[in-house]
Design a protein around this ligand. Structure first.
Ligand code: ADP
Length: 262
């Protein structure tokens, strides 16, 4: 519990720090990239400097992309929670996910029966699913099976205390994303929710996917568990509290402001 709190505080601090640096970097990069384009437009095609300048421009754009990701991660975000059906969200993403996963990996979607109402921002729920699916796909470069499942679960007082962190008893909906990929060592698994932790090659991973997922799930009063075996695959379970309210879309002014401070 204390460990969990320390972890969140550390993430908030890193988020604030990264946000400040990213903001300043972004300003400098805008100037660098702007001048680079200006010069490129002024020199002839056959000028030997052109190729070098194109390299500078390319690197500048990559750096700008990374700082944008950092800003997105650390900026205060306005998000609108509403009562929504988790199964409906996943079903609506199906086509996009099939495309994202590609032909190399077999994709199965196994949505449970029953109530799947949660109180959350639909964009954030999509972000969670996208990030987990991308990671599962990337863990199977040689192909494999990716499964998205939803389930309902009731956690009574006893089962709630069986988790290594504080969990409120009650009804939860579960998003389970499983892959038959490379899996993770104990050492990697300990760090996956930390901002900027990545084992992916440069340019492929930012290390912000799972820390973003962690932040959203925490704000939604949920939690995540990870089961992974090296060489066999990984299963991430996202638990979100189930609600019993009717589905009504909130008006704009009812939105709430939450996120990292600073
Ligand atoms: P990124 O995807 O940019 O690396 P993430 O925060 O999403 O950042 O993931 C951090 C790291 O966690 C990954 O680089 C990888 O080492 C590990 N990881 C996440 N999901 C999986 C998975 N399904 N299988 C194996 N490793 C994973």
């Amino acid at each position: 519990m204390e460990e969990n709190l320390r972890h969140s505080q550390k993430m908030d601090a890193v988020g604030r720090l990264a946000g400040g640096i990213a903001h300043d970097f972004n300003n400098f990069l805008t100037v660098i990239n702007g001048y680079c384009e200006l010069i490129l437009n002024q020199i002839e095609d056959e000028n030997p400097i052109r190729e070098d300048l194109q390299e500078v421009s390319h690197a500048g754009k990559q750096a700008a992309f990374l700082t944008q990701q950092l800003l997105k991660f650390s900026r205060k975000q306005i998000f609108q929670t509403q009562i929504l059906d988790l199964n409906e969200i996943i079903a609506n993403m199906n086509k996009m996910l099939t495309h994202l996963i590609g032909e190399n990996v077999e994709y199965n979607s196994n949505l449970g029966f029953g109530e799947y109402k949660i109180e959350a921002d639909p964009n954030q729920i999509e972000q969670i699913i996208m990030n987990l699916v991308i990671n599962a796909r990337d863990a199977m470069p040689k192909g494999g099976i990716l499964t998205i499942e939803t389930q309902n679960i009731f956690l009574d007082e006893d089962s709630a205390t069986s988790y290594p962190f504080l969990v409120d008893p009650g009804m939860y909906v579960l998003i389970i994303i499983s892959d038959t990929g490379i899996g993770m060592s104990e050492e990697i698994r300990e760090h996956i929710f930390e901002p900027f932790f990545t084992t992916k090659p440069q340019g492929k991973g930012t290390g912000l996917g799972l820390s973003t997922v962690f932040g959203i799930v925490k704000q939604s009063n949920g939690f995540i568990t990870v089961h992974s075996e090296l060489g066999k695959g990984t299963q991430l379970k996202v638990y979100l509290p189930q609600v019993n309210k009717p589905i009504v879309e909130l008006k704009k002014e009812e939105s709430i402001l939450v996120g990292f401070e600073g």
